[in-house]
Design a protein around this ligand. Structure first.
Ligand code: ZN
Length: 259
């Protein structure tokens, strides 16, 4: 068998013994190559657990529904590129959907809770609250890997949601993930990574470095400087197309430093 590479659209690509990815064809600035829909199946199980249906993309949802019997759909967080396809998938399969917030629950599974251990499709999946990217962000711990959704991406760094994200929560979540040690990372966007411990250490160092830059900018521009002024001062190494996103990040950093 030859291993296929990320990105590969429209085909279920095995990544670990129990996790495969179906990459949605919705590439973009914030979605990287597209949304990773994870399909989990224990050895010998004829059922599967799906993490994140993805956007309301007919082709993607149809492909997903064809893969087999879905015993449970898990939702990593509220963003539409992970959740807009829920009802299309439920219409086709009748699958039970579980999440933190009530808005995405379908069927009788009930809300997910931090530390809960799910037994499904021949797997043990531990729910881990990792707020920060959004308030409802979850990661899911498998024996040999962690599904990190948008908390740790396969490439680049995560944006803190301007509505309910929190840099303080985010950094605490990264520390908790770091504490899980060396495991594979199965992210919500971008390719899988080999070492959770290394990538979370890198993310934390990057955030500390950015915070130092913002502290420096505040010293130069004055304590009342706006997020935009700081972006234009600090993010000179970043494509200008990303400055709006960077502005949210800087606002999160200012909130962190001013709180
Ligand atoms: Zn997201």
């Amino acid at each position: 068998m030859t291993a296929s590479q990320h990105p590969a659209y429209g085909l279920l690509r095995p990544v670990t013994d129990t996790a495969s990815v179906l990459l949605c064809n919705n590439p973009g600035l914030m979605t990287l190559d597209g949304t990773n829909t994870w399909v989990l199946r224990g050895p010998g199980s004829d059922e599967m657990v799906v993490l994140d249906p993805g956007p309301d993309d007919d082709e993607h949802i149809a492909k997903l529904a064809e893969l087999g019997t879905i015993c449970l759909v898990l939702i990593s967080h509220k963003h539409g590129d992970h959740t807009d396809g829920i009802d299309m998938l439920v219409d086709r399969t009748g699958a039970v959907v579980r999440s933190v917030g009530s808005g995405f629950l379908r069927g009788l599974g009930g809300p997910l809770t931090d530390g809960e251990v799910i037994d499904a499709a021949g797997l043990r999946i531990t729910v881990m609250a990792t707020p920060g990217h959004t308030a409802d962000s979850l990661s899911f711990v498998l024996d040999d890997a962690v599904l990190t959704a948008d908390t740790v991406l396969g490439r680049g760094t995560t944006v803190i949601d301007s509505e309910d994200g929190s840099l303080r929560d985010y950094m605490e979540s990264l520390r908790r993930l770091h504490g899980l040690g060396q495991r594979r990372v199965l992210p919500g966007h971008g390719p899988e990574l080999d070492d959770l411990e290394a990538v979370t250490a890198m993310y934390l160092a990057h955030r500390e470095e950015r915070l130092d830059q913002v502290r420096g900018a505040l010293r130069e521009l004055g304590e009342d400087a706006t997020a935009r002024q700081i972006v234009e001062h600090v993010y000179t190494d970043v494509d200008e197309k990303l400055w709006d996103a960077a502005e949210w990040s800087v606002q999160a950093q200012l909130d962190y430093l001013r709180s």
